[in-house]
Write a protein that binds this ligand. Structure first.
Ligand code: NCD
Ligand code: ZN
Length: 335
């Protein structure tokens, strides 16, 4: 039996820059129709010129014309309405990072003082620019996302016309919040549907499963699975595929990020066939993202089949999730 996925989208992707970009961009561009590209380069993308130059590098590296990079800026509370008006047509969202919370986020927001944020957020509301948020406090690592709930609530209620995307949610509290505010949406990763903290640190430490936010408890994974498997219209697939070179992962200071992009569609197919159905996968992987972001996407048909596939040990210098292991589905053809 062949499985067809139409125009898959990855609504949260790290492609990096330079040599790494050249390795990872084609891996997403061949099988996805488009992706929301994260701005946490060194330095982060904060100007229109940097954004346009980065998009060109992404397109050059992608080597597939049927792939659209949906670009994002790194949030700064200093962005004026004039600046946002100029850059609006070039971006799909602005990504807000709490300062220092994850890879390359030092220039992010601290304190979440509404007086400091309100001018930029009001301008974004007026201009219809979505705000994508990495929602973690700097509290105890297992509680960071739950502690951020009050900040999501403060933002969602004070800026009711601002589309807010809770990025890579990992907890049952975040899932519950989704239906409480009309203007809240979420991305969910593949790895948070697959693993819990036990897989990361319950046995020998698995650096390639270490990411921010850290994988949580079984009941959190269940809550994520429930909304993803039913194709809930406010959730969409965002891989948060975050490549780091092998030496940065297999190190005493292990960088956060799981690399999933090249096998995401194969693993999502397996997961949805076992627990849901392909209609709901189509919503999760494309329809919901198109509706939430209000985008038109290049047509692409990805045809998969049930045929065992051994995950490569490395792509360039990056070790993927389940490296060397056998998975059940393979991409047969892309049209
Ligand atoms: C991401 C990265 O490496 O850029 N890391 C991660 O663990 N997810 C940043 C992020 O999205 O937090
Ligand atoms: Zn990310």
């Amino acid at each position: 039996m062949s499985i067809i996925l139409n125009s898959p989208l990855d609504m949260h992707l790290h492609l990096r820059d330079g040599d790494m970009l050249k390795v990872v961009a084609p891996l997403s561009a061949t099988s996805f129709s488009g992706a929301v590209i994260m701005p946490n380069l060194i330095p982060p993308i904060t100007t229109k010129d940097e954004l346009i130059a980065y998009r060109k590098r992404v397109i050059d590296a992608s080597k597939d014309s049927a792939f659209t990079p949906y670009m994002t800026l790194f949030f700064k509370s200093t962005y004026s309405k004039e600046f946002l008006t100029q850059v609006k047509d070039e971006i799909s969202a602005i990504k807000l990072y709490p300062a220092g919370i994850t890879t390359n986020s030092d220039g992010g927001v601290s304190g979440f003082n509404i007086d400091e944020l309100k001018d930029t957020l009001n301008s974004m509301s007026e201009l219809n620019i979505p705000l994508a948020i990495h929602g973690e406090t700097n509290g105890f690592v297992m509680d960071r996302e739950a502690e951020f709930i009050s900040i999501y609530e403060m933002l969602a209620s004070n800026f009711p016309n601002l589309k807010i995307i809770m990025e890579h949610i990992t907890t049952k509290e975040s899932v519950a919040l989704l239906d409480r505010y009309d203007n809240l949406y979420a991305t969910i990763t593949l790895h948070h549907l697959l693993i819990t903290l036990d897989d990361v640190a319950g046995g020998m430490l698995q650096p390639h499963l270490f990411c921010k936010p850290i994988a949580k408890r079984v009941e959190d994974r269940e809550a994520l699975r429930e909304v993803a498997f039913k194709g809930h219209p406010k959730v969409m697939f965002g891989s948060d595929s975050a490549p780091h070179p092998q030496h940065a992962k297999e190190a005493s200071f292990c960088s956060a990020g799981v690399f999933t992009a090249p096998i995401a569609l194969q693993l999502l197919t397996e997961l949805f066939i076992e627990n849901s159905n392909l209609d709901n996968l189509q919503k999760f992987i494309s329809t919901n993202g198109q509706n939430i972001y209000n985008i038109k996407v290049p047509k692409k048909r990805v045809i998969l089949e049930e045929k065992s596939f051994i995950v490569p040990k490395k792509y360039g210098d990056v070790v993927p999730i389940y490296a060397g292991e056998e998975i059940r589905y393979t991409i047969k053809e892309i049209k």
